[in-house]
Design a protein around this ligand. Structure first.
Ligand SMILES: [Zn+2]
Ligand SMILES: [Zn+2]
Length: 219
């Protein structure tokens, strides 16, 4: 059986095994939590000074590094205790569902197999534990506006991640991929889905900054 047939069989099995999962509810839940956290944080800002806007590029770089490290290590390395939810969900499921030769969402049911977006529990932990913890830490030494801009940008980067990862798995001729950056990131991510390269190359999703920094960019 070749790789494409293997993926087809894996997808069919998982489409059939769906129980109560709904892709639309999953997307709506993640979007509500993350957009709510972004807007809620940004609404706390008042009298923003031009210099405080430097928080935006700093957080884009920090988000890029965070995604790189999370993707390269827990999602592609087996660590005790957490591997089922991290390595298992990503390397063993997402990467079996989508390989470089069978990369795109084919049917609506593919979105409905819980194969594309971060699980709601990760979003809940992010919004209810990570964001408040970051608030208490940053609030110790940074002005309020910078703290809330950093929180808003953290959540916004999560939205960027989910969006660009989703568009990367769309068919190559989808209208949204006329945006050249999204088309480039699709190619970047498709190369990552080659089973031979997935543990070594192309861990960034939104823009490939830290793949360049750490020498893991493969074209
Ligand atoms: Zn992917
Ligand atoms: Zn991966």
């Amino acid at each position: 059986m070749n790789q494409i047939e293997k993926v087809d069989r894996f997808r069919a099995k998982n489409r059939d095994n769906r129980v109560w999962y709904s892709g639309a509810v999953h997307i709506l839940f993640n979007a509500t939590c993350l957009i709510g956290t972004t807007i809620g944080s940004l609404f706390q800002i008042s009298d923003l000074k031009p210099l405080e806007l430097f928080t935006i590029p700093v957080m884009l770089i920090a988000g890029n590094l965070a995604v790189y490290l999370i993707h390269r290590y827990p999602l592609h390395t087996k660590y005790p205790y957490i591997h089922k939810g991290s390595y298992g969900e990503h390397t063993l499921f997402h990467h079996r569902f989508y390989t470089n030769e069978n990369f795109q969402v084919v049917k609506k049911e593919d979105v409905d197999t819980n194969s594309l977006f971060f699980p709601p529990v990760v979003v809940i932990v992010f919004c209810l534990i990570f964001i408040p913890s970051l608030y208490f830490i940053l609030n110790l030494f940074l002005p309020t506006n910078i703290v809330f801009l950093a929180l808003g940008m953290s959540s916004f980067y999560f939205i960027l991640y989910e969006t660009v990862h989703y568009t990367s798995h769309l068919p190559e001729n989808h209208w949204v991929l006329r945006i050249s950056h999204l088309q480039r990131m699709r190619q970047h991510h498709m190369d990552h889905h080659n089973p031979k390269h997935m543990s070594s190359y192309n861990f960034n999703i939104v823009f490939p900054l830290f793949d360049h920094v750490f020498g893991t960019c493969r074209r």
